[in-house]
Design a protein around this ligand. Structure first.
Ligand code: SF4
Length: 495
């Protein structure tokens, strides 16, 4: 496989408030049956950039030039728009990946950790891009190394390539099935051979994956917003436990290679990770977030003059809160749209400005008012405190926080970057202690049942068999995080 020379790493610069959100670690995209697949993949990855901003990669296949790849640090728009890169990626079939760093390489990512990964097998090459997290990766890696596998990256996802290499099945989709049956945790995968585009979701369907149609071609994507950007039609979600094998000639062949299990889609995709213009479970993410705001207003009303979102992710929930409560909605905090993560290297003085670099208070609106601030989540609480200070500095009379998710008290082990448990505010404090810590007049989170109602489960959460993964709120992990337990992580005691 040819790979153009990789430039020196250029990391997007993290800002002091960037670590106060849970961060999705990956977005994946693939297309078959189009001219110049790489351009479609680049556009798709650009639409999925919110799922990972540290690095991206594209692999394509061309009948004459074979497999080609390019992997880069930084934004898609800064790398996969240059003709010198895109000309090296010919062909009608391609896949791509955007990422944050995964557990093995946080803060010290090497270009070799950037996906898609490529493997050369006896029956031809295959490239694979993975969204999620393998919860038994350490055990698998140990076993594979003992049996002679030579790993090239610190990424969990490389285990899948080595498991495929060891499979005795006769073609690549069957080897992939074999490999994925050994893998525990959450995975949505797009992969490609010389002639096939392959998509798989884990049996619980924790991470999203959708199928689209463009002309005579087919598309796989983490979210529907990436179909829109290339003018593709949304066909359907890939089902939990489903594998689709797509060829230009025969279209989509679907099968279910895993033991069926009740679905456990990540409920936080509805709250925060997915883009509001995406469709999840047949519903617009925007509408679900507005419904969350309405539920929050019903559960935790408060007398106030204004409902303001913490932009941008709190906006639909704030609109819902305002509609339900009748309290006027206002943009009390303005986000600087041009303040990307690739801002000039900040000096210490600029760093100390913290959240003010990104958000500014609309003073004329806030002065003398009782303000309800709606945010999507509280993780460490550092940003919430700074925002509250800004609102009070601007002369607000009262500040009430309303949070569009339940308290985040447990880490995620299924492909989302979460601080250790002791750094999560809700793991160490009660709701009232958090209110005092944040220094606000009131603090309320939506209940788990309220969140379930907002995502369309009218009877709320089924305690015996929850309809979603909600482990970061409930501590009930649908897949045992065995690697983390080996490292000393303690599961919640049975009630
Ligand atoms: S633990 Fe939370 S963030 Fe992770 S998959 Fe489950 S619901 Fe999503």
């Amino acid at each position: 496989m040819q790979s153009p020379q990789t430039p020196a790493p250029r990391f997007p610069i993290a800002h002091p408030f960037d670590d106060d959100k849970l961060r999705e670690e990956c977005g994946i995209f693939g297309v078959i049956g189009v001219q110049d697949a790489a351009s479609f993949v680049a556009l798709g990855l650009h639409a999925l950039q919110h799922r990972g901003q540290e690095a991206g990669g594209i692999v394509t296949h061309d009948p004459v030039q074979g497999f080609n790849s390019a992997r880069r640090f930084g934004y898609v728009r800064d790398n996969f728009t240059s003709t010198t890169v895109m000309e090296t990626l010919p062909g009608p079939l391609g896949i791509g990946h955007v990422r944050y760093s995964t557990a093995g390489s946080k803060g010290q990512t090497q270009i070799r950790d950037v996906q898609p990964f490529f493997g050369e097998f006896a029956m031809g090459g295959a490239a694979i891009a993975h969204n999620g997290n393998i919860t038994n990766a350490n055990a698998l890696r140990r076993e594979l190394i003992e049996r002679g596998s030579i790993f090239q990256s610190s990424s969990d996802s490389e285990c899948i390539i080595h498991l495929m290499a060891r499979s005795l099945q006769r073609n690549i989709p069957e080897r992939m099935e074999d490999a994925l049956r050994r893998v525990e945790g959450a995975f949505s995968v797009v992969a490609m051979t010389r002639t096939k585009l392959i998509g798989v979701r884990d049996p619980l369907g924790v991470r999203p994956l959708v199928l689209g149609r463009i002309g005579d071609g087919w598309v796989l994507s983490s979210e529907t917003c990436a179909l829109d950007i290339i003018g593709a039609e949304f066909i359907r979600e890939i089902e939990p436990g489903e594998m689709v094998v797509i060829t230009a000639e025969d279209g989509v062949q679907s099968h279910f290679p895993f033991r069926p299990q009740p679905s456990k889609f990540c409920i936080f995709e509805h709250v925060y990770f997915s883009r509001p213009d995406s469709i999840l479970g047949g519903r617009s993410v925007y509408e679900t977030r507005e419904a969350i705001g309405r539920e929050l207003a019903k559960e935790s009303p408060v007398e106030a003059d204004l409902v303001c979102p913490v932009p941008d992710s709190g906006t639909p929930a704030a609109i819902g809160f305002s509609l339900e409560s009748g309290i006027p909605y206002a943009m009390g905090i303005i986000r600087n749209q041009y303040m990307g993560r690739t801002f000039i290297e900040p000096t210490e003085q600029i760093r100390n400005m913290g959240v003010r670099l990104k958000l500014n208070v609309n003073r004329a609106l806030i002065r003398g008012k009782r303000v309800i601030l709606v945010d999507d989540s509280v993780v460490r609480g550092t940003t919430s405190r700074k925002i509250k200070d800004m609102i009070l500095d601007a002369g607000a009379k009262e500040v009430h926080f309303r949070i569009a998710s339940p308290p985040t008290a447990w880490p995620c082990f299924y492909g989302v970057d979460t601080p250790e448990r002791e750094k999560l505010l809700a793991a160490t404090m009660t709701e009232d202690e958090m209110r005092v810590h944040l220094g606000v007049d009131s603090l309320k989170f939506i209940s788990l049942d309220g969140l379930y109602r907002a995502v369309g489960e009218s009877k709320g959460r089924d305690k015996a068999c929850p309809q979603y993964c909600d482990a970061c709120f409930s501590g009930e992990y649908p897949v045992t995080p065995s690697d983390m337990i080996d490292k000393g992580f303690e599961l919640k005691a049975a009630e």
